[in-house]
Write a protein that binds this ligand. Sequence first.
Ligand SMILES: C[S@@+](CC[C@H](N)C(=O)[O-])C[C@H]1O[C@@H](n2cnc3c(N)ncnc32)[C@H](O)[C@@H]1O
Length: 217
Amino acid sequence: MKQEELQAIASQFKHPTGEKGIEMANMMNETNINMTHHSIQNLHIEEANTILELGHGNAGHVEFIFEQAENIKYYGLEMSELMFQEARQINRNYVSQKQAFFSIYDGNLIPFEENLFNKVFTVNTIYFWQEPEKLLSEIYRVLQPKGILCITFAEESFMKQLPFTQFEFELYSTEKAEILIEKTSFKIINKETLTEKVKSKTGELVDRAFTTLVLEK
Ligand SMILES: C[S@@+](CC[C@H](N)C(=O)[O-])C[C@H]1O[C@@H](n2cnc3c(N)ncnc32)[C@H](O)[C@@H]1O
């Protein structure tokens, strides 16, 4: 594959746009659903929790969140206008019932007041954070004391085998992510790395290692 084609794939992962972006988002939601569920389960969602997700893609997994407990509120933040629109459409019932709220932001400043959320999570976005320490301090600000943040990402050892990750992506091993967290006020309370089978571009099943870091304010 040509360099420009690889660059175009990387850009779609970072910021889905146009017809291709919708296709890409459907594929991502399907391929990454195990990672997404792992992140959500590690939040230990309880009744009346207010939850924030950064970079939800098409947000086809929001129903799973509402299955976790009663009386939850879900807020989704995206940088992609297309993903914001797709997520609102797919979750239109939750939106009209004022249980789910979607907004666009700049990827750096979280447009919410402090101490608003019990739980925050994000899956497959850390690679694209422009200023990781600043974004983590923003998440810290909007979390309640003792609030939980789950960060889920595919391990660098797997990701570096994908030819398009040489563009746009900053790859993380667990150790590198822990070094980043140590620069913030968060406390790491758990970490888990799992390996799952995913379909490669050529159709065969390959092992993907992914990690969820569980952090407490
Ligand atoms: C690779 S996709 C992952 C989507 C979904 N979470 C999943 O795992 O299937 C990355 C998504 O995060 C969004 N994104 C990129 N940088 C972001 C940031 N700093 N904050 C929030 N979302 C971001 C992109 O627009 C894109 O929809």
